[in-house]
Design a protein around this ligand. Structure first.
Ligand code: PGA
Length: 255
């Protein structure tokens, strides 16, 4: 059984004070009837204050970062290392989000290095893949996403794979209000699982958590979570509203 995993990607929103208020509010209203793994990924400047409240209020919410560099330390002005995140109590780290690829030029090779560095620091990567609208319309989305998977996982060993989450986020569905149909999203997640099976064997492919991301909201989460190969969601916009995020965590499940 794969445990459902809902993560909120706050992107570049909220000062550390706003983030502290938000997590307190979320903690007050917290309810998790599906027993999901839940994580929030605030901006780097808010990690510490969010973690302090998670700990002091004993919240069952994990802390994730949105990015990191792959070196441990050194002359890399402006970057944050995996070791620094780990020391703050970060457990997850989003790697290779399409906004990092699109605006900051991250390549599959960078993402591969970051994923390896995350494992080396005992962080759990949420590794993002997904195609643009142009690629989807050309009919080559499957091929494109599976080659992202192959390149981003190059050289990653079997033992590390237990801590990997894959997030399939079609770029055309991010922040646009357009969601992939649950069937299309599931087909891609199933194809990703099959590829992981080819690379690492059936056992690992059956336990790997694959999230869908792209305009996930209270109104579409239950449908998505019914799908055979969608194990959770990486939620952007709707994770910035406490009530919406709570409704997403408490989707209509099998209970
Ligand atoms: P969205 O973002 O839910 O606002 O579409 C998802 C993401 O980019 O992770």
């Amino acid at each position: 059984m794969r445990r459902p995993f809902i993560a909120g990607n706050w992107k570049m929103n909220m000062t550390h004070l706003q983030a502290a208020n938000f997590i307190q509010d979320l903690g007050d209203k917290y309810n998790n009837k599906n027993n999901c793994e839940v994580a929030v990924c605030p901006p780097a400047t808010a990690l510490k204050s969010v973690k302090t409240i998670i700990d002091s209020d004993n919240l069952d919410i994990k802390l994730g970062a949105q990015n990191m560099y792959y070196e441990t330390s050194g002359a890399f002005t402006g970057e944050i290392s995996p070791v620094m995140l780990k020391a703050l109590g970060v457990e997850y780290v989003i790697i290779g989000h399409s906004e990092r690829r699109q605006y900051f030029g991250e390549t599959n090779s960078d993402i591969n290095k970051k994923t390896k560095a995350a494992f080396n620091a005992d962080l759990k990567p949420i590794m993002c893949v997904g195609e643009s609208l142009e690629i989807r319309e050309s009919g080559k989305a499957g091929q494109f996403v599976l080659s992202q998977i192959e390149e981003c996982l190059d050289g990653i060993d079997e033992e590390s794979m237990v801590d990997l989450t894959v997030a399939y986020e079609p770029i055309w569905a991010i922040g646009t209000g357009k969601t992939a149909t649950s069937g299309d999203a599931n087909d891609m997640c199933a194809a990703i699982r099959k590829k992981i099976g080819e690379l690492y064997g059936k056992k690992i492919s059956e336990t790997t958590i694959i999230q869908y991301g792209g305009s996930v909201k209270p109104s579409n989460i239950s449908e998505l979570m019914k799908m055979s190969d969608i194990d959770g969601a990486l939620v952007g916009g709707a994770s910035l509203e406490v009530d919406d995020f709570m409704d997403i965590i408490n989707y209509q499940g099998s209970q």
